[in-house]
Write a protein that binds this ligand. Structure first.
Ligand code: SAM
Length: 244
């Protein structure tokens, strides 16, 4: 069996010490995976290292791990890709975040647009963000990343545009430019992708985005689902300028 990788929010992990995992991680290891004392696990906290350890104790559903070795591992993309994603419904957003992490995205900003189908109060947005954070962590556990991508607060489109920095591409089916016809990118800057929700951007939003010098780019003449568009664009960027 593959050695399980588990995220821990412990800010400092030190070889030779013992770490007590939180309830969720403990439950996953002891009840779901049915690991026992002596089993190997890998912990990471986002500091760029993987910490190999052994389960030392399982008591009252709390798993204690003895850290035996630390290894600096870098599986990060050479590109800093920032996805501004129009919030989409249900598990589409989860899918975009999960696959986006696997493909190497370093920053996510969920954006609220006119045709955004998800409308929540502050409390429920906070819960959504917590849920998305878990999706991101679990994707990191699975794909081997030990630097956790940043998840920004849910932001209205205009506010996100005013704060943007980097080289920005706006995914738009009607655009005349394609990635293959675009010149070189500046690796010093982040590459930002702006993707509409299920219903796309409204006309005024398209005007606003283009007025702000965000380059419109098309991914062929077919209309892709929002989650397909984001993931296809990240794959293209990685293959032209990144590590694919
Ligand atoms: N009828 C909507 C429109 O025309 O915008 C379709 C929206 S599409 C389902 C959702 C988002 O995916 C779009 O706002 C755009 O960002 C992106 N998208 C879909 N197909 C695309 C394509 N062929 N090229 C570039 N972006 C695309």
């Amino acid at each position: 069996m593959r050695i399980p990788r588990i995220y821990t929010a412990d800010e400092q992990l030190q070889v030779g010490t013992m770490v007590t995992l939180d309830r969720e991680a403990s439950n996953h290891l002891s009840r779901v995976l049915r690991l026992r004392v002596g089993s190997e696990v890998v912990l990471f906290n986002g500091d760029g290292h993987d910490y190999q350890g052994k389960i030392e104790a399982i008591e009252r559903n709390q798993v204690q791990v003895h850290l035996l070795q630390a290894q600096e591992i870098n599986v990060e993309s050479p590109l800093y890709i920032h996805l501004y994603q129009g919030v989409s419904r249900g598990d589409k957003m989860d899918l975009t975040l999960q696959k986006g992490v696997e493909l190497g995205i370093k920053e996510f900003t969920p954006i609220i647009t006119e045709r955004c189908g998800v409308k929540l109060d502050e409390k429920r947005w906070a819960k959504k963000i917590q849920h998305w954070e878990k999706v991101i962590i679990s994707a990191c556990e699975q794909c081997g990343r030990n630097q956790i991508p940043k998840l920004n607060p849910v932001t209205p489109l205009s506010e996100a545009i005013s704060k943007r920095s980097g080289q920005d591409f706006f995914l738009h089916p009607d655009a005349e430019t394609q990635f293959k016809s675009y010149g070189a990118v500046n690796f010093e800057q982040s590459i930002s992708l702006w993707v509409g929700p299920e219903g796309g951007f409204s006309e005024p939003e398209v005007d606003e985005v283009t007025r702000n010098d965000i380059t419109p780019v098309a991914l062929g003449p077919r209309v892709l689902r929002t989650e397909t568009a984001a993931l296809a664009a990240v794959s293209v960027i990685n293959s032209v300028w990144g590590d694919f």
